[in-house]
Design a protein around this ligand. Structure first.
Ligand SMILES: [Zn+2]
Length: 278
């Protein structure tokens, strides 16, 4: 596994982005007159230490907090390197560390899963972090990409770090732990804060503006909406790719269809058998 970190590049005066491999995850850094906040931590405790060293080398104020946007390894597993600082994340993140796959991921990434750390300042809804002449707000707008996504809003910079609720470099990752029906509502929380001057920084890929964000919100919403429509029409999962009008490529839709059908079935929405007229 190849771990690396690009230099931090300026997004806005006082805010930067670096990219950590192996997952091309965006690491954010926001500074004020009295402190700085780091957003996401990389894929392992060792990478977290590398991120910390790189951030502290360019800061003339102390790091006063670290946020993890959600429980996925590329954002979360570096957090152990910051346990002496206030660390923030959704309250569901601690339990996520005991999931079975965490041990497998740790083995693959080359560390002991016991070394991982959960946020020491878990939050349910929102938390404000004072950086001196500016503040950052950490907000959970509801379930979406995962059960515990938080975004970081820096109002005076018109800057929002969205985690993987939005992605630029590829279609958003709609995995088994996502919540397709609720995801658009979580995005509406973000979109309610944006204007023409807002810069949004996704979990992966280049920053973008509100037009991209509104478009992707519609695309994400259409996955559940289209699957729900097809189920209502009696279309079975194996026929849904060909039968639907999809906003993402075939591979993305083929991967998400079992998840969409399972989530619809959990609400009692299953394809009705077609009556055969003899
Ligand atoms: Zn993710």
């Amino acid at each position: 596994m190849e771990f690396s970190l690009t230099p931090f590049k300026e997004l806005r005066p006082g805010a930067w982005r670096a990219v950590a491999q192996p997952a091309a995850v965006n690491i954010g850094l926001v500074t004020g007159t009295s402190g700085a906040l780091l957003i996401d931590t990389g894929s392992s405790p060792a990478q977290g230490a590398q991120v910390r060293a790189a951030a502290e080398a360019m800061l003339d104020v102390p790091l006063v907090g670290v946020v993890v946007t959600h429980a996925h390894f590329d954002h979360y597993y570096g957090l152990a390197a910051f346990d002496d600082l206030p660390t923030y994340g959704h309250e569901s993140l601690a339990a996520a560390l005991s999931a079975e796959q965490v041990g497998e991921e740790a083995t693959e990434l080359g560390f002991d899963p016991d070394d991982l750390r959960a946020p020491n300042r878990p939050l349910a809804l929102a938390k404000m972090v004072d950086l001196g002449d500016r503040y950052a707000e950490i907000v959970h707008f509801g379930r979406g990409h995962t059960a515990g996504d938080v975004v970081v809003v820096v109002p005076d910079l018109q800057l929002i770090f969205t985690g993987d609720l939005l992605e630029q470099s590829a279609p958003p990752a709609m995995g088994p732990d996502c919540h397709l029906k609720e995801w658009p509502a979580a995005l509406d929380g973000i979109l309610g804060l944006v204007n023409a001057g807002t810069l949004l920084v996704p979990g992966h890929g280049r920053p973008f503006d509100q037009v991209f964000a509104f478009t992707q919100r519609a695309e994400i919403s259409s996955v559940y909406g289209q699957a729900e429509y097809l189920v209502g029409q009696g279309v079975r999962q194996e026929d849904a790719l060909a039968a639907g009008e999809w906003q993402f490529d075939d591979a993305t839709i083929a991967a998400v269809l079992p998840i969409a059908y399972r989530q619809l079935a959990a609400e009692g929405k299953v394809p009705r058998p077609t009556l055969r007229v003899l």
